[in-house]
Design a protein around this ligand. Structure first.
Ligand SMILES: [Zn+2]
Length: 313
């Protein structure tokens, strides 16, 4: 056993018993897509002997390989990115050699400047284009990714790639435009573990969160989630949540398919969006006495209605 592996093993045992709090820093909490949610401490959860989930950064995970560390997503600012880098350093002295971007929403890529230079940066090909276009145009608006040119993804995946990185066997998978047009799922077949990014989130009334403005589609979402469920896996890690059961994913898929059909039936009858939403119960009205807050993202029913209206269903 090499010295670094030995150190890794000792540190590994020290974080096995409980999640490790890494202290308060800049607000790491963010809703899907980047809505601020107030400060919450970053904690680590060990999912398998070498895979860790970073709580409270939106989506953050890392895999400790034999010579380096593979990180998935960066947090939504360099401050949060640094917290992720520091969290990795508390677990292993090995360097971060690889960064995989699950997609290009701000809360998943804007922490990238805190990461070491010279990494392999892997993204779905549409993400690389989105980031490259933002760099080329000099767009610094709120929706533009804050990725310096030196951190442009240097390896892209179209649909599927099987890799072994630092001794870790993984599959990088993209089925169709779903949450965005650039979702990249990481599947670890030996550990039966799937890292979904925001392909599936649990806090949007347990219905799909689809960014139409970034090319996401309901049809592609259903195809992608069916693809995930067809993998030989027992652990599923989703954005803004962590590990969820297979039953929760199946439930959301069933609800998504049912509401998609229902909204089409009602749309074909000529019903308005408001009437359709009242009929399907999405968005769910707030409990009595609670003021409705403006939704940060269009609810699934509105996505479906818009797809029908624009001939994109
Ligand atoms: Zn997202």
């Amino acid at each position: 056993m090499s010295k670094s592996l030995f150190i890794g093993a000792v540190l590994f045992s020290s974080v096995t018993l409980a999640a490790v709090s890494l202290g308060q820093g800049p607000p790491p909490g963010a809703g899907p897509g980047g809505a601020p949610r107030g400060p919450r401490p970053i904690t680590l959860e060990q999912l398998t002997p070498n895979v860790y989930w970073v709580h409270n950064v939106g989506f953050g995970a890392f895999i400790v390989g034999d010579k380096g560390v593979i990180v998935i997503d960066t947090g939504g600012s360099p401050g949060v990115g640094k917290q992720i880098v520091d969290a990795v350093a508390k677990v292993t002295p090995l360097p971060i050699t690889t960064l995989i971007l699950s997609h290009d929403d701000a809360d998943h890529v804007d922490g990238i400047a805190a990461f070491p230079s010279g990494m392999e940066i892997i993204a779905q090909e549409n993400s690389k284009k989105f980031i490259a276009d933002a760099i080329a145009s000099g767009d610094t608006g709120p929706e533009a990714p804050k990725v310096p040119a030196a951190y442009l993804p240097n390896h892209t995946v179209a649909k599927r790639e099987v890799r072994t990185i630092d001794g870790v066997k993984l599959e990088l998978l993209h089925w169709a435009p779903a949450h965005t047009n650039a979702d990249l799922v990481v599947y670890l077949p030996d550990q039966k573990l799937v890292l979904l990014g925001d392909l599936l989130v649990m806090d949007q009334h347990d219905l799909p969160l689809i960014h139409m403005e970034k090319g996401g589609t309901s049809k592609g979402w259903i195809e992608s989630v069916k693809g995930v469920l067809a993998l030989d896996a027992t652990k599923y890690v989703v954005g803004h949540e962590g590990v969820v059961g297979r039953d929760g994913i199946e439930k959301q898929l069933q609800a998504a398919v049912a509401e998609r059909e229902k909204v089409k039936q009602l749309y074909d009858k000529g019903m308005s969006l408001a009437d359709i939403q009242a009929a399907v119960g999405d968005p769910i009205p707030p409990p009595p006495g609670v003021k409705a807050s403006p939704a940060h993202f269009p609810p699934y029913s509105e996505v479906l209605y818009t797809e029908l209206k624009e001939g994109k269903y």
